[in-house]
Write a protein that binds this ligand. Structure first.
Ligand code: KG4
Ligand code: ZN
Length: 339
């Protein structure tokens, strides 16, 4: 095949991800997570994450090569998440990518984590030569983006959260319900036994005078906390499944309605979901239902490709190689605040 063989490295948070792709074909997706080490702290501890990346980096690269059935020397390019993310965590991946690039004599591509969350869909659904709206929802970001070309670098933000990211809200509510960390998957599971209409939690920024594509989740989180506190004060049991389901419904209702509105107003036929929260089963279900009603085509990668991984970085790297993009210099910084 004349498609570029690209190794992608992702270390922006607590997942050491190494993916290998040939063009838009996924060959390997090795992920080592330090999530267990953070669980007892109730959140990701940056220093713990950095050290775990350092330990997992080389073994994960070797595992990915073995899974793909390639030798490291076969790769045409190395791609790496250069930002945004945790500074120390990013640094480990960027340093490793530079070392592989230099040692193998292959070009380096430093990429944006959010662009990679969008590009990963190419591995699942193939090229899309039309503009799409992307709803990017993770632990650090919640944005609605206009994407002229999936696998390109130009993303226009139409709106973003004014306070907490959607994943952050899931994690905080899970903590106050005593479910553990990370909260997203735990709420997702608890909600299956609950009634999403049990409690009418607020839908932030959905008034007619509110910004159409901005989000706010901190008021929702506070509303859940107050509701739970009132129950406890009254000495009544907290119906965890109902609270989880009602909270989740409030989040995914707002996310899907605003994203679909963005697509309709822009006359765009495709909605793409990405980021860890896009693994949420209710978000996927409601997005599909509302897209079908609105005549919009939904593209959402399988859950394992929504949460952080190296394949998404490799997927974007392969697009850059194919487009003849200029490689990064070997002294590129890890940019924790990359826009
Ligand atoms: O994209 P990601 O893996 O890392 C960041 O770039 O932040 O997203 C992690 C976030 C966490 O907040 C996690 O709780 C959330 O995604 N998440 C979920 C689910 N799986 C992961 N949220 C809701 N439902 C899920 N099934
Ligand atoms: Zn992410």
């Amino acid at each position: 095949s004349d498609q570029p063989l690209v190794l992608g490295i992702e270390t922006s948070c607590d997942e050491t991800g190494v993916g290998i792709v040939r063009g838009t074909e996924l060959l390997a997706d090795a992920v080592a997570s330090s999530v267990e080490e953070h669980a007892r702290f109730g959140g990701v501890v940056p220093e713990v994450a950095s050290r775990a990346h350092l330990q997992a980096m080389v073994p994960t690269v070797h595992r990915a090569c073995a899974d793909a059935g390639i030798a490291l020397t076969d790769v045409d390019a190395i791609a790496v998440t250069a930002g945004p993310g945790l500074a120390g965590a990013l640094l480990v991946g960027v340093a490793a990518a530079k070392a592989y690039s230099l040692a193998l004599g292959k070009p380096l591509y430093g990429v944006n984590h959010l662009s990679a969350h969008v590009a990963v869909d190419l591995l699942e659904h193939g090229p899309l030569d039309e503009a799409c709206i992307a709803l990017l929802v993770s632990g650090g970001h919640s944005s609605i983006l206009r994407v002229p070309r999936v696998g390109g670098l130009e993303l226009t933000e139409l709106g973003a959260t004014l306070d907490d990211a959607a994943g952050e809200a899931f994690d905080k509510v899970a903590r106050l319900l005593g479910l553990g960390f990370p909260g997203g998957p735990l709420i997702d599971r608890a909600a299956r036994e609950g009634d999403p209409a049990a409690i009418a939690f607020p839908r932030g920024l959905t008034g007619s005078r509110d910004p159409a594509f901005a989000f706010s989740f901190s008021g929702l989180k506070t509303a859940v906390a107050r509701w739970v506190e009132a129950r406890e004060r009254a000495g009544e049991p907290v119906p965890v499944a109902d609270v989880a389901a009602s909270f989740q419904e409030a989040v995914v209702d707002v996310l899907t309605s605003k994203a679909i509105r963005a697509a309709r107003e822009a006359g765009i036929d495709y909605l793409l979901l990405g980021g860890g929260v896009a693994a949420n089963s209710r978000l996927r279900e409601l997005a599909l239902q509302r897209c079908q009603q609105a005549g919009i085509r939904l593209r959402v990668p399988r859950p394992g490709l929504c949460t952080d991984n190296g394949a998404m970085v490799a997927a974007l790297g392969a697009q850059l190689v194919a487009a003849g993009a200029t490689p990064s210099e070997l002294d590129i910084p890890a940019d924790s605040a990359m826009p």
